[in-house]
Design a protein around this ligand. Structure first.
Ligand code: ADP
Ligand code: TRP
Length: 322
């Protein structure tokens, strides 16, 4: 079985990325059912929104350090830059020739992005086809992602089924894996936390930046000692990500007894700093040794290319290019 996921280097890594995607991906590493864990930095996808070369270089490098600091072990998982494996774009073209326009026109993410002012390029429109290629190239079975990516995995599944039907059994049909309590992690404004909404709590920002973000979480206007409803409180919702069920219940009792929002935020800050302390330390070490990350990427790309080449040979034969 293969588990695969990608992340765009389009901004600072945040709690939504960690709990929605990174943590569930890490949970598969070392699972005896899994033959291959594959993670990549979707730099080609990022070109749809990051069009400053220096910025893209910096973000790509930052995110690989973030991934390694979070605990991806390159001896157990394949980690690479998408653009280092050209088969992603080769397969994309072949898949695009079978992808109905209607399927892409229904993609919510495209409409959302255009609505937010991102230019409606052909690349942005065909983004899901490149994502389908990322997934199908490695005969992926499971794709751990946040809920916002569910439709994209469904599109990949539709394309795989269509291809298999037309050209004969070629691809595994992938399934998304969405973690229930982290499907949509709220941001500081209560909306989905997202790099592009300016509402993130960063994983590897300075302590001051993390504090500023947490202290700025929007709350209602209840007085300091009034009973609070944990179920409608963004601070509580974010805090639960770090807690066991019994710890969540205990915290909810404190909210109902009138814990002030200021104190609730301080508790969240302490939990957050504590949880990520080992990763933050590792990140500092990695920063000092850029050659290590480069070596991981080179090795990852070589391993990924081997699988990708085999798939492309199968695909080229299937469609009549060989
Ligand atoms: P962003 O929306 O910040 O640009 P990405 O689109 O790069 O994040 O997402 C990378 C991964 O993190 C995807 O699997 C995505 O579903 C997940 N993710 C992003 N934001 C959240 C969130 N707020 N809650 C849960 N998962 C999320
Ligand atoms: N579109 C995903 C996101 O914005 C990133 C991504 C690209 C991806 N290719 C992928 C995720 C393949 C999972 C599998 O988060």
């Amino acid at each position: 079985m293969r588990v695969l996921s990608g992340i765009q280097p389009s901004g600072q890594l945040h709690l939504g990325n960690y709990f929605g995607s990174i943590k569930p991906n890490l949970a598969w590493v070392g699972d005896p059912k899994v033959d291959e864990n594959i993670f990549f930095i979707a730099d080609l996808h990022a070109l749809t929104t990051v069009q400053d070369p220096a910025e893209l270089r910096r973000l790509r490098h930052d995110i690989i350090l973030d991934y390694l600091a979070c605990g991806f072990d390159p001896s157990k998982a394949i980690i690479f830059y998408q653009s280092d494996v050209p088969e992603h774009t080769e397969l994309m073209w072949i898949l695009a020739t079978l992808t109905p326009m209607g399927l892409l026109e229904r993609a919510v993410s495209y409409k959302d992005k255009v609505g937010k002012g991102i230019s409606a390029s052909a690349g942005l429109f065909t983004y899901p086809v490149l994502m389908a290629a990322d997934i199908l190239l490695y005969d992926t079975n499971i794709v751990p992602v946040g809920k916002d990516q569910k439709q994209h995995v469904e599109i990949a599944r539709d394309i795989a089924i269509k291809f298999n039907h037309h050209y004969g059994e070629t691809f595994s049909v992938p399934e998304e894996q969405i973690i229930e309590n982290a499907a949509v992690v709220p941001g500081t404004d209560g909306q989905k936390m997202s790099k592009s909404y300016g509402n993130i709590i960063p994983l590897f920002g300075s302590e001051a930046a993390i504090k500023k973000a947490i202290m700025g979480i929007t709350t209602d206007s209840k007085g300091a000692n009034d009973p609070k409803d944990p179920d409608t409180c963004t601070v509580y919702q974010i805090h639960t990500l770090f807690l066991s069920l019994s710890e969540q219940k205990a915290l909810a009792v404190e909210y109902r007894k009138g814990l002030s929002y200021g104190d609730a935020k301080k508790k969240l800050l302490a939990t957050c700093m504590d949880h990520f302390a080992p990763m933050r330390l590792k990140r500092i070490k990695l920063e000092k040794d850029p050659a290590e990350a480069e070596a991981v990427l080179r090795e990852g790309a070589a391993k990924a290319s081997k699988i990708a080449r085999q798939t492309m040979e199968k695909v080229e034969k299937a469609v009549g290019l060989r």
